[in-house]
Ligand binder design. Structure first.
Ligand code: UTP
Length: 286
């Protein structure tokens, strides 16, 4: 299976940082967000990845390219550990790039990768969503696809007060944690939300979605919304939602970025104790 990673959005929630730097390159301690996303795809068995980029996103391409001068210097210094780490990034997978010339919405970003997909079912991993899980989230939904032979959307329960931030599904549970979708609503208000099951940035989509995106008119924020295209797909095919196991962070959101950095640092021996001491000290001062 191939994967599309849309990474061409403007990232307006993370300004001013994102004025001239992609949010997909925000560091999680010492690794850019999009590398985690690519690694998730690779760890799910995907080795053909197309990243959708746009203006100012060239650093993403450079990150996954060979850094010849850097490698040469590390070689001269005989720094094998760093050299291996740097080389691994450029060898991680076969990565292709397509450019979304204008950020016309997530549905549109997926559509610009159509030519690369060849009428096959494919995975979508949003470039600014990180999911930490024992079994990669994409692998979990690929397994659900094998069982149901239909498009699968990764979902998780959110607090009722937070439904306004997500795509929310109306559905019927067909198995433990598996739902047949009846309708999708983009960022509903609390009264209108049909459930508290929110779409979380990982999808397996059949190629019929492309025809549906073609028919989708600009919706919320004047963008071609994937949610609207999925509602059109529902008229032709079943779509299921799968409640995955794992923790999701939205790097478009400043607090989630702080949270993932602290939580990841607490898992690293080199930082754990020092960071705990700092947190206790700050808490005592408050
Ligand atoms: P978001 O809605 O989170 O990204 O899209 P955004 O539009 O950049 O964010 P804000 O709201 O302005 O802060 C989810 C993913 O889809 C990509 C984004 O790069 C992100 O990875 N995307 C979004 C595109 O590739 N193209 C678009 O036109 C819109």
């Amino acid at each position: 299976m191939k994967a599309i990673i849309p990474a061409a959005g403007l990232g307006t929630r993370f300004l001013p940082m994102t004025k001239n730097s992609p949010k997909e390159m925000l560091p999680i301690i010492d690794k850019p967000a999009i590398q985690y996303v690519v690694e998730e795809a690779v760890n799910s068995g995907i080795d053909d990845i197309v990243i959708v980029t746009g203006r100012g996103k060239e650093v993403i391409e450079n990150h996954f390219d060979i850094a010849y001068e850097l490698e040469k210097i590390l070689e001269e210094r005989n720094d094998k550990e760093k050299l291996e780490e740097v080389r691994k990034i450029s060898e991680i997978a076969e990565i292709f790039y397509v450019r979304q010339k204008m950020p016309l919405g997530l549905g549109h970003a997926i559509y610009v990768a159509k030519k690369h997909i060849d009428n096959e079912t494919f995975a979508v991993l949003l470039g600014d969503d990180i999911i930490v899980a024992e079994e990669p989230c994409t692998k979990q939904i690929m397994k659900a696809y094998e069982r149901y032979d239909a498009s699968i959307i990764a979902v998780q329960e959110v607090d009722k007060k937070d439904v306004t931030k997500y795509g929310i599904i109306e559905c019927e549970e067909v198995d433990d944690g598996v739902y047949k979708i009846k309708n999708l609503v983009e960022k509903p208000n609390i009264q209108e939300a049909p459930s508290n099951l929110a779409v979380m940035g990982r999808y397996i989509l059949t190629p019929s979605i492309f025809g549906c995106i073609e028919k989708t008119k600009p919706g919320k924020n004047n963008e071609i919304q994937l949610t609207d295209a999925l509602n059109l797909l529902l008229e032709k095919e079943d779509i299921y939602a799968y409640k995955f196991k794992g923790k999701r962070y939205d790097l478009g959101d400043k607090f989630d970025w702080l949270r993932i950095n602290i939580e990841m640092a607490l898992q690293r021996e080199e930082f754990k104790q020092k960071l705990m001491e700092l947190i206790r000290k700050i808490a005592n001062e408050k």
